[in-house]
Design a protein around this ligand. Structure first.
Ligand code: ATP
Length: 243
C-alpha cells in the first residue's frame, strides 16, 4: 500500500523553479531515500510534503488523499513527522520536555502511559539523552541534538517519518550512530521512512529504494543496491559520498 505519493510536483521560489515535476512513491514499511547534489531540490521536496511550502502544481497524497493544500500543523496531525535539516530542537526546553512535546498529540488522546514507556525506550537506545534528560537541549552537542530530534519524531509514532539530511554537520562517528539508529528503526518494520541525504553512500546502503534528483527532476531510480553499483551514480555521487 502506498503511504506517500508525489505526482508531478512543481515548486517555485518567486521566479526560480526548484522542482520541475517530481513524481515518486513510498510504500508501507519502506525506507525510500532521495539523493542529489547541493541545490538539487531535496529539502524543497521535503518541505512541500510537510506543508511548509506550497506547490505551484502537482499533488502530494498521504494514503491516497491529497494533503497539498493543508498547512504544516494539520499535516503533522495526520501523522507525518518531519525532522528538518539542522535539527531544530527547542533549545531552552529540557531534553525530556522536547520528547514530551513530540508526543503531545498522543498524550492528548490519553496515551500518556504508552508515551512514557516509549520515552524510556528512546533512553535505552540513547543513554546519553537519559543522562541529560533534565538538561537544557541547547547545551547538547550537535550529535546529541540530532538524536533528540530523531527521538522526538519517534515518540510521535508517525505514519510517515521525514528525515532531512540527518548527517548534516555531524562528525563521521556520530553519523555512524545516526545511521545505525535509522537502520534499527527500519528493521523493526513498523515505520515508513522518507530520507533525504547528501551522503549518497550512507543513504543507498540503508534504503530499500532510492531516487536521484538533479536540478529539480528525478534522473534515476532503483533499489539502494542497484544505485550503489550504478556506474553513473558511482561517478557523480559516491566518490565524495563515502565518508
Ligand atoms: P542542499 O543539500 O544544499 O540543501 P537541496 O537539494 O536540499 O540542497 P533545495 O534546498 O531544495 O536543494 O534547493 C533547490 C533549489 O531551490 C536551489 O536552486 C536553491 O537555490 C533554490 N532555493 C532553495 N530555497 C530557496 C529560497 N528560500 N529562495 C530562493 N531559492 C531557493
Amino acid at each position: 500500500m502506498k503511504v506517500l505519493e508525489i505526482k508531478d510536483l512543481v515548486v517555485n521560489y518567486g521566479k526560480v523553479t526548484a522542482l520541475k515535476g517530481i513524481s515518486l512513491d513510498v510504500h508501507e514499511g519502506e525506507l525510500v531515500a532521495v539523493i542529489g547534489s547541493n541545490g538539487a531540490g531535496k529539502t524543497t521536496t521535503m518541505n512541500t510534503i510537510s506543508g511548509l511550502l506550497s506547490a505551484a502544481s502537482g499533488d502530494v497524497l498521504l494514503h491516497g488523499k491529497s494533503i497539498s493544500k493543508i498547512p504544516a500543523h494539520a499535516v503533522a496531525a495526520l501523522g507525518i513527522s518531519h525532522v528538518p535539516e539542522g535539527r531544530k530542537v527547542f533549545a531552552s526546553m529540557s531534553v525530556k520536555d522536547n520528547l514530551l512535546l513530540g508526543a503531545y498529540l498522543r498524550v492528548r488522546k490519553g496515551e500518556k502511559k504508552q508515551v512514557m514507556s516509549d520515552i524510556d525506550h528512546i533512553y535505552t537506545i540513547f543513554p546519553r539523552l537519559k543522562e541529560r534528560q533534565n538538561q537544557q537541549s541547547g547545551t547538547l552537542s550537535g550529535g546529541e541534538q540530532q538524536m533528540l530530534a530523531l527521538g522526538r519524531a519517534l515518540v510521535s509514532k508517525p505514519k510517515l517519518l521525514l528525515l532531512d539530511e540527518p548527517s548534516m554537520g555531524l562528525a563521521p562517528v556520530i553519523i555512524d550512530e545516526v545511521f545505525k539508529l535509522i537502520e534499527s528503526i527500519k528493521q523493526r518494520g513498523d515505520m515508513t521512512i522518507f530520507l533525504v541525504e547528501q551522503l549518497a553512500y550512507r543513504a543507498l546502503e540503508v534504503a530499500n529504494r532510492a531516487y536521484v534528483v538533479e536540478q529539480g527532476r528525478i534522473s534515476l531510480t532503483g533499489t539502494g543496491k542497484e544505485l550503489i553499483t550504478n556506474p553513473d551514480v558511482r561517478k557523480a555521487y559516491l566518490g565524495a559520498g563515502k565518508s
